[in-house]
Design a protein around this ligand. Structure first.
Ligand code: ADA
Length: 565
């Protein structure tokens, strides 16, 4: 399942999860377009680095299975995530291609004869001129079909997406809906469209969609008496979209919505009209046993630890996350800042503009309805200090606003007083390491005071009066490295840094949110910064296997104290 709940009752769906045949380029002897022999088997989803001997494999590989086609319906292949480039072949014919590990994508294949067909996915995780976003970095780009995949069987006109946006109207709510329909056939087709939420039904009437075209239909479900969504009470409702031919349901889509409104008022964030303070972590999708292909049980375990730590907030640094993780956040009342894929990437890369636009567009298209996502982010620690960099920030932030005007936007900046983009955002977000890359714990408070004084002056060029999130802060601790003198890299020093940072950030009236860098230790690429200790980013409060460091109890105490205030 791509989600934690069933999305289709009427549309037939087959899971593509399980063992596929697998071979890497290094293992191939033939020169054909597709391999003639597959050396071994691999599980979908998984990262190939978890297979013996492939721990460092970077390059191309092929995965093969079979898939059924159905009469009168097209095969729609949906991939939750392929890391990082996937090219799809059915019976040897190329039918689809997608770049970026972190967004879902689909391929519609009409005209297949009913019965079994060969499905091959060529996967590439190499770096180079074809890849602007996956580069040597402070996290690892794994290889493989790393999120669940599905075969769906869709009629000529099918429901592609639902975009649902709740709004408060006094004590009642309304839900604006936009349904995207696609027609893969060579003829114009008409069908009836209905949207339902609990017992409220909105009949959108007959809709015609031209041959090979996409069409969007809008409607409003007014005056709804519903329980709002909040971290304390994460109520969810099923929105059901139906396509009818006469009385027959020919296609459907179920998504979940939560009724909540996030707003910026002065220096505060408001959730459903009340001030909200975000307390939590930056979390990478990374685990030594699974790479970036965490099973849902491991995701739920991470969230259980975050809850135990007293958190209400996760930042999905530095890319869109697995839909199932977002579903769990919605169910557990964990607020999310989700950002499109980019960490300190150079804007000069020839593919930067089209790849960042695709990551941003696909993120909003597939994740729009998740009520837990309160903030859209982008461009972590990119060049926000020059006029050329400002142009790129303006482009991506404007795109985010156009795709979804209902959520505030931000980016995590490490440019401090040199930033030239703060007028472009709703929330000012700072990555600050005042007690790690230079400085010591007593420096945290005066550094924040100075930064806020600058921000709320004309010198910040547009940041004045906006809410602030401390989007990263922390210190590295090599697990088990202990030293009574609190030397750098010890668990003691990390605990001290986090204790002081949380004391300052969680108590300051002008700080609307704080996200520790980071939840767990993660693998980084070998050449990042010439190599980090253990080839890991060691700033986790838990290690890569989720074993707590000394800081765990310190964070837990500070977060719970703040929650009770
Ligand atoms: C940056 C960056 C993170 C990580 C962190 C660190 O702020 O956004 O991805 O690299 O610093 O550990 O230095």
């Amino acid at each position: 399942m791509l989600r934690t709940f069933v999305e289709h009752e009427a549309r037939p769906v087959d899971s593509l999860c399980g063992l596929w045949e697998f071979t890497t380029k290094a293992e191939r002897r033939d020169r054909a377009k597709l391999p003639k022999r597959y050396a071994r088997r691999i599980h979908v989803p998984s990262a190939w680095e978890t297979l013996p001997g492939l721990g460092n494999y970077r390059g191309r590989a092929w995965l093969r299975t079979t898939v059924d086609a159905a009469p009168d319906r097209a095969l729609r292949l949906v991939f939750g995530g392929v890391s990082h480039t996937g090219t799809v072949f059915v019976d040897g014919r190329k039918v689809g291609h997608h770049y970026d590990a972190f967004t879902p994508w689909d391929v519609v294949v009409p005209g297949l004869s009913p019965g079994e067909h060969e499905l091959v996915v060529e996967v590439d995780n190499s770096f180079g001129p074809h890849s602007a976003l996956h580069i040597e970095n402070d996290y690892y780009t794994y290889g493989g079909i790393t999120r669940p995949a599905q075969a769906q069987y869709v009629p000529e006109v099918f429901i592609d997406k639902l975009f649902a946006t709740p709004a408060r109207r006094g004590s009642r709510w309304e839900l604006a809906v936009r349904v995207r329909l696609r027609n893969w056939s060579k003829k114009r087709r008409t069908c009836r469209l209905v949207v339902a939420l609990s017992d409220v039904v909105l009949d959108l009437g007959k809709v015609a969609v031209g041959a090979g075209r996409t069409r969007e239909v809008r409607g409003l479900l007014p005056d709804l008496e519903v329980e709002p969504w909040s971290p304390a009470s994460p109520s969810l409702y099923e929105a059901v979209v139906l396509l009818l031919d006469g009385d027959d349901v020919v296609d459907d889509l179920v998504d979940r919505v939560g009724f909540r409104e996030i707003a910026v008022r002065g220096r505060k964030l408001l959730l459903n009209g009340s001030p909200l303070r975000l307390r939590g972590y930056n979390r990478h999708e990374d685990h030594p046993l699974f790479g970036n292909a965490l099973p849902v049980e491991a995701m739920a375990h991470d969230l259980a630890l975050l809850r135990d730590l007293g958190c209400n907030f996760v930042r999905t640094c530095h890319y869109p996350n697995d839909l199932r993780f977002l579903d769990l956040c919605a169910e557990m009342g964990i607020c999310v800042w989700e950002e499109s894929h980019a960490r300190s990437v150079p804007f000069s890369h020839p593919r930067f503009r089209d790849q960042i636009a695709a990551s941003t567009t696909e993120m909003v298209a597939w994740h729009h309805n998740c009520p837990a996502i309160l903030i859209w982010g982008c461009l972590n620690e990119c060049d926000s200090a020059s006029s050329a960099g400002r142009r790129e920030h303006a482009r991506v932030l404007k795109l985010l606003k156009k795709l979804d005007p209902s959520r505030p936007v931000t980016f995590a900046s490490n440019k401090a007083e040199r930033d030239r983009c703060l007028d472009l955002v709703d929330i000012v977000s700072w990555n600050r390491y005042d007690a790690w890359y230079g400085g010591e714990p007593p420096d945290v408070e005066p550094a924040l005071r100075r930064a806020l004084r600058w921000l709320h002056s004309a010198k910040s060029r547009g940041g004045k009066g906006k809410p602030v999130i401390l989007s990263e802060f922390g210190a590295g601790a090599i697990p088990g490295c202990r030293n009574p003198n609190h030397a750098k890299w010890t668990e003691e020093y990390q605990a001290e840094v986090l204790d002081e940072s949380l004391r300052v950030y969680l108590n300051h009236p002008d700080v609307a949110g704080a996200a520790i860098w980071q939840f767990a230790d993660v693998r980084v690429t070998r050449n990042h910064w010439g190599g980090r200790p253990r080839t890991m980013n060691n700033k986790g409060t838990v290690d890569e296997y989720r074993r707590p460091k000394l800081a765990y109890d310190v964070v837990r105490r500070r977060m719970h104290e703040a929650a009770e205030r």
